[in-house]
Design a protein around this ligand. Structure first.
Ligand code: NDP
Length: 341
């Protein structure tokens, strides 16, 4: 049986921040990462919660990672704003860039935020949810490390390349989805390996491009996109948007920079925001959206993306979060070991 300790959200934020500061992160970088990690714990997205703290620390092995980086914002007359993260981590870069993106979207109707040279270990829903809470329609894209083969191929080229979308709602929390382009997270394959379980069919292929359900062979081979060639096209689109378009690394280039095999993706993120007041032709976009949502939810067995997170959020805000003791002891070791160990 797993032992847990219940922590409040404030406890989680202070724990995350204290560890990161102890490991050399600036107070600002640490606080921004701690916010993201706490939001993930709050919403029951455990793979991006406290579990990720060792991963943030391990990312510092990469020569380009700077735990004390100060992101710089570049705004011009254009509707595209840029943040150079200077090798720092995405959460602080987003804090610097998102307010400018909002302002540009209101001014131009549609605007983009390009984050450059950043380590992105996080989920993407926080940024699109924030923008949708401000009444904007939002999209976010980032490439990762090369784990996924193109449709019909056998060699990894794409990352697990997530994309997120947010749409505001009337009197409700925004509609948000955030999903990888791969059939499974890489961590899921590692978990199957640890538990000695075969993989579900359709997750991976071996080095020769043959389907495999063996986790070891899968990790040596390549992951597959969801939905065959259709998911592969989305993974390709993410590479082009967050890599080629804004001049940042493709997943295969991020992998080449990952000299210690940490797996922390390094590159860019593209966030788009649309102000609906510039778009609609006398119809109420929020009412129209609710009409659609009602049609979906009328059917038993359906739910909207993000409903699970919002339900979890309410519970965790009132009751706190049960964190496994094994993770807490790993974190305590990380906090108490000297830097460099
Ligand atoms: P999931 O498959 O768990 O969920 C994808 C989306 O589908 C979520 O928005 C989820 O909403 C929604 N959803 C799930 N089930 C249903 C349902 N029955 N009906 C309607 N909607 C549903 O996510 P992934 O495993 O693909 O990705 C997990 C996370 O990993 C993402 O946050 C992504 O950003 C992150 N990631 C980050 C990477 C990086 O390099 N930074 C790389 C790859 C992934 P809900 O949350 O409410 O369940």
């Amino acid at each position: 049986m797993t032992d847990f300790r219940t922590l409040s959200l404030a406890d989680i934020a202070s724990l995350a921040s204290a560890i990161l500061v102890k490991r050399g992160f600036s107070v600002e970088q640490a606080a921004a990462i701690a916010d993201t990690v706490t939001a993930a714990e709050r919403d029951g997205c455990l793979s991006h919660g406290l579990f990720r703290i060792p991963f943030y620390v391990a990312a510092l092995k990469n020569a380009r990672a700077d735990p004390r980086a100060v992101p710089t914002l570049q705004v011009s007359d254009s509707s595209v704003v840029h943040v150079d993260a200077h090798g720092g981590f995405c959460p602080l870069a987003l804090q610097v860039g998102v307010p400018a993106l909002q302002e540009k979207a209101r001014q131009h109707g549609i605007a983009a935020l390009a984050l450059h040279d950043t380590y992105n270990i996080a989920a993407l829903w926080p940024e699109v949810e924030d923008l949708a809470n401000a009444g904007l329609v939002a999209f976010a894209f980032t490439a990762s490390n090369a784990y996924v083969a193109p449709a019909g191929g056998s060699r990894p080229v794409y990352g697990t390349n997530p994309m997120a979308f947010g749409f505001p709602r009337k009197g409700e929390q925004p509609l948000v989805f955030d999903q990888a382009s791969s059939a499974s997270a890489r961590g899921e394959i590692q978990l199957h390996l640890r538990e000695g379980k075969p993989l579900p069919a359709g997750w991976a292929i071996d080095r020769n491009g043959e389907p495999t359900t063996d986790p070891v062979t899968a990790l040596e081979g390549a992951q597959l996109c969801f939905g065959g060639h259709k998911g592969a096209s989305l993974a390709l689109m993410v590479e082009l948007l967050a890599g080629a378009l804004i001049g940042d690394a493709f997943s295969m280039e991020s992998s080449a920079l990952d000299t210690h095999g940490v797996g922390a993706p390094f590159g860019g993120e593209l966030v788009l925001a649309i102000d609906p007041s510039h778009c609609n032709r006398s119809t109420d976009h929020l009412a129209r959206a609710e009409y659609l949502f009602r049609e979906v939810l009328e059917q038993p067995g359906t739910r909207l993306p993000s409903q699970r997170r919002y339900t979890c959020r309410l519970r965790h805000q009132s009751d706190g979060v049960k964190v496994p003791m094994s993770l807490l002891s790993e974190l305590s070791e990380l906090e108490n070991n000297s830097v460099g160990s």
